[in-house]
Write a protein that binds this ligand. Structure first.
Ligand SMILES: C[S@@+](CC[C@H](N)C(=O)[O-])C[C@H]1O[C@@H](n2cnc3c(N)ncnc32)[C@H](O)[C@@H]1O
Length: 296
């Protein structure tokens, strides 16, 4: 799978029209869009669509078909964005990331930890979650806020990746945490990360796609559910996720592009939750919802 950017240079009005068309064609959950003003005086804009693709040729054929009717003379440029090799990055030395009271750092940056920091040591590797992505950092910040302000007695980290969020909850409060992932390698990595952060008990790690495990009944219902996945699966699992939430419980969702947030919020409102707060980081949002009254 690779990430590509398709872009067209045109006027502001046409750029907006083209982006609307692409969003309808590819689905709002699967693309990120952006317009950039290139030349203010001459109304020159660049409309970009970013998407993850398996088969680039197939996407380009669909685009050609889409554009042949109304925008036949427009040139669609494309670039394949470089894949980030997290292991190589780790060797280069990723800078530590701060989010709320947390600092997520590699072994080479232990000296950056200050007295009041809650430090989480994660080496970039085979599982997502070094803290550098806007979604992970947003979740860390939101976890800090929610655990401080709400009565949280247990938590679920669904899609744990490197385990960073489960570790963060445990660093804040000694409560039972269930950490699950569809990917067995991620679960292994997460267990190792918990151990190297001095956590030998309190987090149950399980391989589970969605809510398919008896562990959810064993550990739940939860006062706090955190899921940093993607907009589409999050919307799909809303009714089921809410059945695992304890009365008055909180949900932290991420993996959501800013343009997708209202759809995700609507899905969870439909499942009976209220929107409390949104954190924005690098075009990604992290949303806190809960049972009871919220604020918009
Ligand atoms: C974006 S990463 C988040 C990792 C970490 N929680 C963080 O915030 O940095 C999403 C993780 O969710 C897992 N995942 C995706 N879909 C899932 C599903 N339906 N059930 C469980 N895990 C899932 C992926 O394997 C991946 O490790």
């Amino acid at each position: 799978m690779s990430e590509i950017r398709l872009f067209v240079t045109t006027t502001e009005a046409l750029a907006t029209e083209i982006l609307d068309l692409m969003t309808v064609c590819f689905g709002e959950e699967d693309v990120a869009i952006a317009t950039t003003e290139v030349d203010e005086k001459n109304d020159v804009w660049e409309a970009s669509v970013y998407m993850m693709v398996e088969e680039e040729a197939e996407i380009l054929a669909r685009l050609e078909e889409l554009f042949s009717a109304d925008f036949a003379d427009l040139v669609i440029d494309r670039e394949v964005l470089p894949q980030i090799d997290w292991i190589a990055k780790s060797l280069e030395g990723l800078k530590p990331v701060r989010a709320g009271r947390f600092i997520v750092h590699g072994a080479h940056d232990r000296d950056k930890v200050r007295v009041n920091d809650l430090a989480i040591e994660i080496e970039a590797g085979q599982a997502f979650g070094t803290g550098h992505h806007g979604t992970t950092a947003g979740c860390l910040e939101m976890i800090g806020e929610v655990v401080r302000s709400r009565p949280v007695r247990n938590a679920l980290d669904l899609g744990t990746g490197s385990g960073v969020l489960a570790i963060a909850v445990r660093k804040l409060k000694r409560i039972p945490v269930l950490a699950t992932d569809i990917d067995p390698i991620a679960v292994k990595v997460a267990e190792g990360n918990a151990r190297s952060n001095g956590i030998v008990e309190g987090i149950g790690f399980r391989v589970a796609p969605g809510f398919h495990s008896t562990a959810f009944a064993e550990y739940g219902p939860f006062d706090l559910i955190i899921a940093n996945i993607l907009a589409r699966p999050l919307m799909k699992m809303a009714p089921q996720l809410v059945t695992h939430l304890a009365p008055g419980g909180s949900v932290i969702l991420s993996g959501i592009l800013a343009s997708q947030r209202w759809k995700v919020i609507a899905a969870y409102k439909g499942a009976g939750l209220a929107h409390v707060r949104t954190i924005w980081r690098n075009g990604w949002v992290t949303i806190h919802l809960r049972h009871g009254r919220g604020v918009l």
